[in-house]
Design a protein. Structure first.
Length: 394
């Protein structure tokens, strides 16, 4: 049976939600993130703003110079999470295996669904129309024989696009893409490839594996060797979305400063705990993912004796796992997540006497309810830092 995967990507998600809630913003450049005049970065922006050269993670001062007439808005993470859950819930009727990659992306295993749903391309258009009619948002869909190619395909006709890579056409599809479009190749990797005169996907594919490994390490060379051939290097976990909750961030430049890494873990713990409370689950297993500059990746996991109920608990255990596993090298990607065993979605049994952890849990629950209303609330230790998100909403 031929494998079929969908990669579904919400178009300019944060900005699209703002334009949905405020029709007067439609067709106008919308920039979300720091307030002009203050330090900070662009968290997301509409396609109208991108036409001026504005991009995610750009300093807000640069964005103001490029597009002074834009509508500048604060991040309303609670509202974006709410809309994300609405969209993601639709996918369960299309696939028995849905992996939520980030707040605005999901990978669907559509293998064997043709008899029930029809041809993949027709199903993709039907999914797009359902998201539009029920949620008021547009998505781009990539269809391919593996998850990696499906992700690349979702970028081809953005926004509101659909592109299918048929089995047998993987190499032809890869060769039509510029080298920088291969997901996972950062600026440093591209610069190193350029030093060898490799500036096309075909040139990368024709480079011997041994040469690539000598240049970027064993793991990095293996990664490049596979993606140049349209082979999925295993970019996503195989756990179902309903069995895990995680957030991760890829740094623009590899990072090894311990204080910055610790603060990033706190930020990720904050984001993951928001989703834990939104889904009403009680996980006991914590996972930390570390990817180094040479693409080598390691994970650490621990199962606790009681459910995790506060940001501080999650952050503490994530830090312990990170400290035990980090080898001191420069970090390219950092992730924090929790895994759910059967029954861990049940309500937590109350204790007779309230301890400090329970008081903290109740405080955070109140904060969560405020955030759902779209009012920004963050830990004091994160104030003044630029907001990181698991991926640039596209």
């Amino acid at each position: 049976m031929e494998k079929v995967y969908f990669h579904v990507d919400l178009d300019a998600f944060f900005a699209s939600v703002e334009q949905l809630d405020h029709p007067e913003y439609r067709g106008k450049p919308v920039i979300i993130g720091a307030v002009p005049g203050h330090r900070g970065v662009v968290a997301a922006c509409s396609y109208e703003a991108r036409a001026f050269g504005v991009r995610s993670a750009m300093p807000i001062s640069f964005a103001v110079r490029r597009c002074p007439s834009a509508i500048y808005l604060p991040v309303r993470m609670g509202r974006y999470q709410e809309m994300s859950r609405r969209v993601m819930s639709l996918f369960d009727s299309y696939s028995p295996e849905v992996i939520q990659i980030s707040i605005d992306e999901a990978s669907l295993d559509m293998t064997g669904t043709q008899r029930l749903l029809g041809a993949p391309r027709a199903t993709g258009f039907r999914l797009k129309e359902q998201v539009r009619s029920e949620c008021g948002l547009t998505v781009s869909v990539g269809i391919a024989p593996n998850r990696y190619l499906a992700k690349l395909a979702s970028e081809v006709d953005k926004p509101d696009g659909l592109f299918e890579v048929l089995a047998g056409s993987e190499i032809a599809f890869i060769d039509r893409l510029p080298l920088c479009s291969l997901w996972g190749l950062g600026k440093k990797t591209l610069a190193r490839l350029a030093e060898l005169g490799i500036d096309t996907t075909r040139g990368l594919r024709e480079t011997p594996l041994e040469t690539l490994q000598a240049m970027v390490g064993t793991a990095g060379g293996d990664y490049l060797h596979k993606v140049a051939r349209g082979i999925d290097p295993g970019i996503y976990s195989q756990e179902r979305r309903t069995h895990s909750i995680s957030n991760e961030v890829t740094f623009e430049e590899d990072l090894r400063e311990i204080d910055q890494l610790r603060t990033t873990i706190l930020e990720l713990s904050h984001q993951v705990m928001f989703r834990i409370k939104a889904e009403g689950v009680r996980p006991k297993t914590v996972t930390v993912k570390i990817r180094y500059g040479d693409f080598s990746t390691t994970t650490a996991q621990a199962t606790l004796g009681r459910p995790i109920t506060t940001i501080d608990e999650l952050n503490l255990h994530a830090l312990e796992l990170f400290t035990a596993r980090w080898n001191g090298g420069a970090v390219r990607l950092l992730g924090v997540g929790v895994s759910l065993a059967e029954g861990e979605a049940e309500p937590l049994q109350s204790e007779l006497f309230e301890d400090s952890s329970e008081r903290q849990r109740r405080i955070e629950q109140a904060v969560f309810e405020i955030q759902v209303q779209g009012k920004p609330v963050v830990k004091a230790s994160l104030l003044g830092r630029k907001t990181r998100h698991p991926s640039e909403p596209s």
